[in-house]
Design a binder for this molecule. Structure first.
Ligand code: ADP
Length: 427
């Protein structure tokens, strides 16, 4: 039997590494698996994060995948389940945060859970149920223009209630500030009022550390990655300053960006301004090329090949909201997303086949597509580059017998110079 105490289900791949990163920093030995493994866990770990790509699936598919992950985690002995979603509460009009949370509650026989995307290290704070990104409300943060999950309301109680059958309530800041006993009392009061899920305010890491003990024994926690900092102590595990060490880096360096979030757009511009090679992919040109029988991925790889070895190259489809809207009007929202993801995934695979061994991928959905194309089933989590983004190490079918360093960056994470600075951490 292994030592597993915490079983996590993440709704996208960058979110999974973000959570794994926080758990590692809080002292846990963590394994991240891609999708639900066919066999038992073959490593000693305190926590396992199952990375799904379920954020934008139709709710019934997201539920089916999440329940399969739950059953596998239970079979490995997980004592508490953590459903991880984005720190900007990314959801479609149909869900999937509410529907998946409720399906997990039903399966676990759990009548109450919390919901909070707060991640103060990355300026995501929740106050009076409203989500702030830095100094502005979620719906003014750029997230209102997200290609797949536009967030037009910062009131999380309202957003979650629209996705849930159960009543949604709030554990407000005044309660959180008083600590465990007050939080537990508020939970009992909400339960008595028939509330099944409660959004929790948190504006600092201290709030999350105060929240942690009140979650001891709760079968299901639903949250961004921030809540993870307060949970390991419930299992007698103390924080570490050093994340797990990874093998030494080798090979060429590349960045693949399919995120159109504000931070990624800034990072793309910052990289271009350094004078390093960057290739922009336009979805309309990819579609037109496809119709004419040309392959955008092959073209991008032919561009990159002679440049590899001279330093990092960037291949990106990232675009400003106006351009994204116009593309979506012509191709359809889902078709445009899928077209770009397929192209970038083929490019990521091709780059690794050309000798890239240090790869940064920007975008949650994009990372999911790239990891799948690379045939990666498990990630080891290493040191953090910026909050929420660690370097990871994996074996890939595209480079048999050789390790690959990967950084999976959620769209809005990372400093402007992330695409250059990430590689400096490995050298
Ligand atoms: P983030 O982490 O910023 O949310 P994602 O990769 O999760 O980024 O989502 C971005 C989505 O937008 C992906 O489905 C991607 O294929 C799509 N996309 C990327 N570039 C464009 C573009 N220029 N026009 C329309 N959609 C795009």
């Amino acid at each position: 039997m292994n030592d597993l105490v915490l079983g996590s289900i993440a709704d996208d791949f960058t979110g999974a590494t973000d959570l794994a990163n926080n758990l590692v920093r809080a002292g846990m030995r963590v394994v991240q698996v891609i999708g639900v493994p066919a066999g038992p866990l073959d490593a000693q770990a305190d926590a396992v994060v199952v990375a799904l790509k379920s954020r934008t699936l139709p709710p019934h598919e997201a539920i089916a995948q999440s329940l399969a992950a739950l059953r596998w985690l239970q079979a490995q002995g997980a004592r508490q389940i953590y459903f991880k979603y984005c720190s900007t509460f990314d959801s479609t009009a149909q869900g999937n945060i509410g529907p998946v949370a409720e399906a997990l509650m039903d399966a676990l026989g759990c009548d109450f859970t919390i919901a909070t995307p707060a991640f103060p290290d990355n300026q995501r704070t929740v106050f009076k149920g409203h989500l702030f990104v830095g100094d502005v409300l979620l719906n003014e943060s750029g997230m209102q223009h997200h290609p797949l999950t536009p967030m037009a309301d910062a009131n999380l109680v309202r957003v979650l209630q629209a996705q849930c059958r159960r009543k949604v309530g709030l554990i407000g800041y005044q309660v959180v500030a008083q600590g465990e006993a007050a939080i537990r009392a508020r939970i009992e009061q909400l339960r008595a009022d028939g509330v099944g899920l409660a959004v929790v305010d948190a504006i600092s890491n201290d709030d999350l550390v105060r929240l942690g003990p009140a979650l001891k024994g709760m079968p299901l926690v639903t949250a961004g990655s921030g809540v993870a900092i307060g949970l390991p102590a419930n299992f007698g595990i103390a924080p570490l300053s050093q994340a797990g060490a990874l093998p030494g880096a080798t090979g060429h360096q590349a960045v693949v960006a399919g995120s159109c979030s504000l931070a990624t757009n800034r990072q793309v511009q910052a990289f271009i301004q350094t004078g390093q090679p960057a290739l922009r992919l336009d979805p309309l040109e990819i579609a037109a090329g496809q119709a004419a029988g040309t392959d955008a991925a092959a073209g991008a790889l032919a561009w990159a090949k002679p440049l590899l070895g001279q330093g990092p190259v960037l291949i990106y489809s990232s675009a400003e909201p106006g351009a994204v809207r116009s593309t979506q009007e012509q191709l359809g929202v889902e078709a445009a997303g899928a077209l770009v993801e397929r192209a970038l995934a083929a490019i990521a695979r091709g780059l690794v086949e050309l000798g890239v061994r240090q790869l940064v991928v920007a975008g949650g959905e994009t990372s999911g597509a790239c990891i799948t194309a690379l045939g990666i089933s498990q990630l080891k989590i290493g040191a953090q580059i910026d909050p929420g983004v660690p370097w990871c190490h994996a074996s890939s079918e595209a480079a048999p017998g050789q390790g690959l360093h990967l950084a999976l960056k959620s769209g809005n994470f990372g400093a402007d110079d992330f695409f250059s600075k990430a590689f400096k951490y490995l050298t």
